[in-house]
Every structure is written in structure tokens, then in C-alpha cells.
Design a binder for this molecule. Structure first.
Ligand code: ADP
Length: 229
């Protein structure tokens, strides 16, 4: 998220919505008569989907692959790299379904697909819960296609993303201390996150996020308002 411009649209999701996308992907896999032996879930965004899809498909072989842009010295390289290789025997000779949460550039899932194929897997297919129009890579199975680019706040990432978003708007907005209402107004202004939308997706969580920001020394409270530390 750190590479993004100041203003960008965010969509907050919840578990039910994402679970439904997992079901949609699984239904497509079944309809295609593809019967993978193993699911490779890309860390960390693909983990929830990988586990749920194993349940929907009746599989118990689930493994992980971590892709990263940053290698060693925090220098951004163009292509995503495999950070932690898969253990020997994870995919060799097996039919594989690779799953991730979303393809944005599509770089991660594309590289994962190549990596698995290089390891002499059987049939290899790819899936993402969501696909943005910006992706150069077209997965075989897609839960939903998003016409408009947005940063998707996933439920497993809710606190982390909200901390980044709130700290970001506090840095940018032209004031020192913020009430809850002012934080909400900034989230709406910079990221089109409306209070009602957020409360429907993730009810009563703003207080929890603010408390966590205080615990992590990102903000401090003062007279009912918060300021960046
Ligand atoms: P790249 O690998 O080139 O950074 P990807 O499109 O492969 O780009 O995305 C890598 C990961 O970054 C995704 O699996 C997802 O976890 C996260 N991500 C990228 N774009 C978004 C987005 N618009 N909303 C939420 N998460 C995103």
C-alpha cells in the first residue's frame, strides 16, 4: 500500500463476502472437472482462500508459497521473487491449484505459476478471489472481476490496513489532532470509505483500531482527540 498515491478508493469487505468468493472459485473448479491434488496458497493474502477452497473441494494437501518484491536490502525489484521455497515433494507430479486473494499487476501469481511449473508439477491452474482490470495475468478461475480499481481491505488484514489508512490521512490532512468524526471524514474524503459502509462490513471496529494504534505507538490521545506520535 505504501507505493500508492494520496487519494485512492478503498472497499472494506467482510468474512461472509469473501467466503462466498471462495465458494464461487470452488464451484468453477468443479464445473471444469479439475481435480487438483494440492492447493498452493500464496502467503499471506491467499491463506484464508486456500484453506476454505480445500474444504469446498475435499482436499487435505495445502501448501504455501511466499512471494516478495523486496529482496534483502529493501530494494524494490521489478519482478516478484519467491521468498520461501516450497518443501521438496510439495508439487512434483501433482495437479496443482494456485490461489491468491487478488491480482493487481498479476505479477505474484504469474511468477508463482512459473515457479510451480518449473518444479515438474502435473496440471497447474491458477485462481484469484478478485481480479482487477490492471492485471496482465488472467487466472483460470476468478471469484469476481472488479471494473474500478480499488484497494480491497480484507478481513484478515483489517487492522493493519486501517492503521495504514488512518495514519496516512492524519499525516496529509491539514490539522494536528483528530476526533473520531474527523477521522471518518478524512477516510471518506481520501478513500471514499463511508461510515455506513464501514459499519456494515466491520461493525464497531473504529475504536478497536484506534486503541491498537495507541498500543503500537502510532497515535496518542489527548482530550478526546488523537494525534500522530
Ligand atoms: P505484485 O505482485 O506485482 O505486487 P499483485 O497483483 O500480484 O502485484 O499483488 C500482490 C499482493 O498484494 C496481492 O496478493 C494482495 O495481497 C496485495 N494487493 C495488491 N493489490 C491490492 C489491492 N488493490 N487490494 C488489496 N490487496 C492488494
Amino acid at each position: 500500500m505504501s507505493d500508492l498515491p494520496d487519494d485512492f478508493k478503498c472497499t472494506i469487505t467482510n468474512w461472509e463476502y469473501i467466503y462466498d468468493l471462495c465458494r464461487t472459485v470452488s464451484t468453477q473448479v468443479k464445473r471444469d472437472d479439475f481435480e487438483p491434488d494440492v492447493v498452493v496458497a500464496l502467503a499471506r493474502g491467499g491463506w484464508f482462500a486456500g484453506r476454505c477452497i480445500c474444504d469446498f473441494l475435499g482436499l487435505n494437501d495445502l501448501t504455501s508459497l511466499k512471494m516478495e518484491h523486496y529482496v534483502g536490502t529493501a530494494q524494490k525489484t521489478g519482478e516478484p521473487q519467491v521468498r520461501y521455497p516450497m518443501p521438496e515433494g510439495s508439487v512434483e507430479g501433482k495437479d496443482v491449484l494456485i490461489i491468491d486473494d487478488i491480482a493487481d499487476t498479476g505479477g505474484s501469481i504469474k511468477r508463482a505459476d512459473e515457479y510451480v511449473r518449473e518444479r515438474n508439477a502435473g496440471e497447474v491452474r491458477t485462481a484469484t478471489l478478485q481480479l482487477l482490470g490492471t492485471s496482465d495475468f488472467d487466472p483460470d478461475f476468478v471469484g469476481e472481476r472488479l471494473d474500478e480499481w480499488a484497494w480491497i481491505v480484507y478481513p484478515w488484514n483489517f487492522i493493519e490496513d486501517m492503521i495504514d489508512l488512518i495514519a496516512g490521512v492524519m499525516e496529509r490532512a491539514d490539522q494536528e489532532a483528530f476526533s473520531r468524526a474527523e477521522i471518518r471524514r478524512c477516510l471518506s474524503e481520501y478513500h471514499s470509505v463511508e461510515r455506513i459502509e464501514m459499519e456494515i462490513a466491520q461493525p464497531n471496529r473504529l475504536g478497536e483500531v484506534l486503541a491498537e494504534m495507541e498500543r503500537r505507538d502510532v497515535i496518542e490521545s489527548e482530550g478526546g482527540k488523537w494525534r500522530l506520535v
